[in-house]
Write a protein that binds this ligand. Sequence first.
Ligand code: SF4
Length: 363
Amino acid sequence: MAGTVEQNIMPSPIKIEEDEQQNVEAIRALKAKYGKSVIVLAHHYQRLGVHTCGDVTGDSYALCKAAASQQDAQHIIFCGVRFMVTSAATLCRPDQTVYHPDRNAGCPMADMANLPQVMRSWLELGEFTDTKKVVPVVYMNSDLDLKAFCGERGGIVCTSSNARKVFDWSFNRGEKIFFFPDEHLGRNTANAYGIARDQIILWDPHKVNGGNTAEQIINAKVILWKGYCHVHTRYTAPMIEEVRAKYPGIKIVVHPECTEDVVKVADAVGSTNFIQDYVKKMQPGDKVAIGTEVNMTHRMAVQNPDKFITPIVRSLCPNMFKISTRDLRDCLEQLDTWEPVKVDPREKYFAKLALDNMLSCAG
Ligand code: SF4
């Protein structure tokens, strides 16, 4: 059993196919030709072949830090989804260029909040509370104009790695947090922070005042946007019970974009970097079921052949999956003509304030 993943629910092969291997070799040759002038950043949810080609791999926080600190690289190729790529383009130096191997790779959760909705909600909040005392906190998984909205109002960007520190930072500066667009990361962080249930309210952007009464808004400490990740909300508490019944002694580790019901029954919760470290620290023969994107679970099974690693159920991010080794190879081969990622200068200025706040508060 050790070193496998559950075949009945995850039949796809966990290896790099032959044609992909040819792309991987071509990518390595191209990278050797470019030397230090090119760097490839790859998110943990990328397919095995793409992830293998990353000079830096990690969660969105780690990759943002990497983009902000590149000394030698002139060209940064980002294998991830759009919100990560525009954040990297905001944080890198003006003389550096960021490329996205597939510009169609977006994020449905990021699309659950847009600037007009957020601005209207902010005005509605202002009818009941002094918004100077509200800190806008935007999850990394958001468009750049929303990061700019936060930067302009003294707010901050949050990731699943640093959410607790961002709450500390925010409550040192204000009385309420307006958190968007992921309800669940916000709720799980607020729960772990010990905020009373009646002081956490849900803001539905399709309803007047988010669907809340004046009293609820005045009493709230954390206001959560009604958005979610379909990859992580797929897991349920009964699924975890089923896995535990099937594999006695198995540990359950999940991502904080899962619902609070799932987080409550898990053994551990954390970002993709946290999950990776958790698995690394397990003993040979240990068993773990993972509640995050299945390509990452696949890869951890390959990298930890002495442990039993299974997804709680198979849940794939179709957008992360869009980037193939072929796309990365094309991007490197056609670097001279590949369209670089462009960001609006005003958005970049204010978004950088919120991203810099994130980098400085999390250390
Ligand atoms: S896993 Fe969820 S939050 Fe991450 S990119 Fe995919 S849809 Fe967006």
